[in-house]
Write a protein that binds this ligand. Structure first.
Ligand code: DHB
Ligand code: FE
Length: 288
């Protein structure tokens, strides 16, 4: 059966991709941010996952406000990076894991989730940037992807607890998938940011740091919060953070944090990263 080897969380700010495209990785504004991801990249190199399930939101690039699915799952052979208005970026298309996508969709339906099924879809910075942050910019991606789209843009957005429940179903799907592939799950978005309205520019570093602790050690608390509490605490776009609960819901109650990084601001956002493994799959000496 397939194996879940870790849960990663990261911001997906689009200017991170633009900074890489412009060769600004080591510039004074960006170096500390990117250096914080080196241990995450090393973890990925060492653990060599075969499949990355990426939970993210589209930002009006693939779905516009006229048609927004609450949850959508990609089941395509390939996902091209969408043109977000500045031309297509020079990054390789992402290869799909089609059989698992269908198995996951079926497992969702068995568990009374009814996702939109996408056999042809492009992916925006919500998926591109996290992949680049952990895998760099290879000519060909060494992992296949399963994109899960969550509506955190057009109200009413789903409940944080519903995202957490979806994570449990994702775990069930991985564990019942007849394959020896190694899976990693990426929760993306956040941390605190608000790009619009009276509080535009709002960030909340204290709440962000608490979130990075709670996602590991107290996820039930985060799952029990209301949507309004997310907006109030993390900003209107910071509500993206509830997507990390899909990743966390797929993991054991007890996890070990391998790496964590926080940097503020990246663009208008409190930017965070975490790498977690299930405590049960970690050798006792290493977990101490
Ligand atoms: C920014 C952050 C996001 O998560 C996003 O989707 C778009 C923009 C920003 O801080 O600029
Ligand atoms: Fe976003």
């Amino acid at each position: 059966m397939a194996k879940l080897i870790g849960g990663l969380g990261t911001s997906h700010v689009p200017s991170i991709g633009a900074a890489l495209d412009k060769g600004l990785r080591d510039s004074p504004d960006w170096k500390a941010f990117f250096d914080g991801y080196i241990p995450g990249q090393e973890w990925v190199k060492q653990h060599k996952p075969d499949v990355a399930v990426v939970i993210f939101n589209d930002h009006g690039n693939t779905f516009f406000l006229d048609k927004v699915p609450t949850f959508a799952v990609g089941c395509a052979e390939e996902y091209r990076p969408v043109d977000e208005g500045w031309g297509r970026r020079a990054i390789a298309p992402f290869k799909g894991e089609v059989d698992f996508s269908w198995h996951f969709i079926d497992t969702l339906v068995e568990n009374r989730f009814d996702p939109m099924i996408c056999q042809e879809i492009e992916v925006d910075h919500g998926l591109q940037v996290p992949m680049e942050l952990f895998w760099g910019k290879p000519d060909e991606w060494p992992v296949k992807v399963v994109p899960i789209f969550v509506n955190v843009i057009q109200y009413p957005i789903p409940l944080p607890s519903r995202c957490y429940e979806m994570g449990r179903v994702l775990r069930q799907a991985i564990e019942s998938y007849d394959s020896d592939e190694r899976f990693v799950i990426l929760g993306t978005g956040g941390l605190s940011h608000q790009l619009q309205g009276a509080r535009a520019g709002f960030v909340n570093p204290e709440a962000d740091q608490a979130f990075l602790n709670d996602i590991a050690d107290n996820p039930d608390k985060l799952a029990g919060m209301s949507r309004e509490q997310y907006v109030e605490m993390f900003g209107s776009e910071g509500a993206e953070l509830m997507m990390w609960l899909v990743m966390r819901g797929a993991m054991d109650p007890e996890v070990v944090v391998r790496h964590k990084h926080y940097f503020v601001p990246a663009s208008m956002t409190g930017a965070g990263m975490i790498v977690m493994e299930n405590r049960a799959s970690v050798a006792p000496a290493a977990a101490a």
